[in-house]
Design a protein around this ligand. Structure first.
Ligand code: ADP
Length: 449
């Protein structure tokens, strides 16, 4: 059975069930019709015998029968017997040969040969010999005959029934499976054509299939987005890497042809060095982002004194220390990876200076609230327009590429956001163009120690 499709299996089960139901129905009909026949035969017997009894009288020791007395009526033979069971009037049906003792008022079934009879005796008290027995005899309904009459009907109806049930079930099952077919053909088409923009379209409804289709569509949407992002990422990464490579290539060619003095060569060499550093920074950023993405970036969380970490970091900065203010409490410890936290803070500090005014100021602070630890880097620089504030977290996105091209490729904030995420936290930005920006890392309470 397992090698057949679910549709066929369901159809077979439904058909078998219908046939079984029809058989049970047939047996039930047989029982009911036999019972009804028996009851109506018994009441006919009793009615006829009772009617006849009212028509019997005795005049001068002679039995008299009224006009409405019938020895044979409605299939009932009426017989009159004396007290000592001698037949006085009436004719015993030829096929009734049983010796049946008299029992007053009890209708019973008596077998005679291969036939059954319904027998009812009534004792009618009257002057002569104190009374007479009135016996009613009637052929009992033959159950086998009823079955024999019903069987052809059943035998003809059953195959028709089974066929209708099979066709009906198959139609219903097929229709019920249409959405599933649509889902699997669309999924197969997407797979074959590698067209992730296609979606499963089902008629509106809130059944299991619609929910399945919704889930698949969401999956396709996510796949499409990550596929597009992957494509974009690869294109951007190769573009970003190609630029310093072609600068280095061009510089080498030029130096080979035209650089004659030592100074010229030194200059070319330092340009090549700058480009190589840029490339190496880019490669390590790309590697780090990929590892954070895949969850393979080594995170070694430990108890970190955030105040100490930030103080040490700020002291290391090559920026003018007078333009940098640090505000941290004496003890503020968190459970985090110190290397990643340092990278996050360094990126934010670099940006704050890079996009600040020439004489601008940068504030680095950390504090704790009831539920979070906050690390903030604020500047009074150029700020970010509201419509750009969401985009700056995307990889390779730069508001003004000409401004940041020399040192940066638009990967810093993407990495910052990922570092926040691997710590179970998130980043927020508060920025006003020409007034400045505040980048805040929110670490959840679990990270407090
Ligand atoms: P990069 O600095 O290498 O361009 P980032 O991912 O660090 O890349 O930043 C993305 C963009 O966000 C930057 O190009 C810049 O336009 C904007 N940005 C980041 N930090 C600031 C800031 N403190 N003030 C203004 N703009 C900022």
């Amino acid at each position: 059975m397992k090698k057949f499709s679910v549709k066929i299996r369901l159809t077979v089960w439904l058909t078998l069930l219908t046939v079984l139901l029809a058989a049970v129905l047939f047996a039930f009909m047989l029982i009911v019709s036999s019972t009804v026949y028996s009851h109506s035969a018994m009441s006919q017997l009793s009615q006829t015998v009772k009617n006849n009894v009212t028509q019997i009288s005795m005049e001068q020791d002679q039995l008299r029968f009224g006009d409405e007395f019938h020895f044979y009526q409605n299939g009932v033979s009426t017989l009159i017997y004396s007290r000592n069971e001698a037949l006085l009037a009436g004719q015993i049906p030829v096929s009734f040969t049983a010796e049946e003792a008299f029992q007053n008022g009890l209708t019973r079934t008596v077998s005679s040969g291969d036939q059954s009879w319904l027998v009812l005796d009534l004792w009618l008290p009257m002057g002569w010999e104190n009374g007479v027995w009135v016996r009613g005899l009637m052929e009992a309904p033959d159950h086998r005959l009823i079955a024999r009459n019903l069987l052809p009907v059943f035998l003809i109806a059953l195959p028709v029934f089974a066929l209708l049930a099979a066709l009906g079930s198959y139609r219903i099952v097929k229709r019920a499976f249409v959405p599933l077919d649509t889902i699997s053909t669309t999924a197969a088409a997407i797979n074959e054509a590698r067209d992730l923009s296609r979606r499963i379209v089902l008629p509106p409804g809130r059944d299991e299939f619609s929910r399945l289709a919704d889930t698949f569509n969401q999956l396709f949407e996510r796949l499409e987005r990550s596929f597009e992002a992957e494509k974009q990422f690869t294109a951007d990464a190769s573009h970003e890497l190609r630029t310093p490579v072609s600068v280095i290539k061009g510089a080498c060619e030029y130096a080979q042809k035209y650089d004659e003095t030592l100074e010229e060569r030194q200059e070319t060499l330092s340009m090549i060095y700058r480009q190589a550093v840029r490339m190496s920074d880019l490669i390590s950023q790309l590697l780090s982002i990929t590892r954070l993405d895949q969850g393979t970036e080594l995170t070694s969380p430990e108890t970190v004194n955030l105040g100490e970490l930030l103080r040490f970091l700020c002291e290391q900065q090559h920026y003018d220390q007078r333009r940098l203010t640090l505000e941290v409490p004496e003890t503020l410890t968190v459970w985090a990876d110190p290397a990643l936290l340092t990278r996050l803070a360094q990126n934010l500090i670099d940006n704050a200076f890079k996009y600040g005014r020439p004489d601008g100021h940068v504030w680095v602070s950390a504090c704790r609230s009831e539920t979070e630890v906050l690390l903030q880097v604020r500047d009074n620089g150029i700020g970010i327009a509201p419509d750009q504030q969401k985009k700056i977290w995307q990889r390779f996105y730069q508001v003004d590429p000409s401004r940041s091209r020399e040192n940066g490729a638009g990967l810093g904030l993407s990495m910052v956001e990922q570092i926040a995420r691997v710590h179970g936290g998130y980043m927020t930005l508060d920025s006003v163009p020409d007034r400045g920006s505040t980048f805040t890392l929110h670490l959840p309470v679990q990270n407090m120690v």
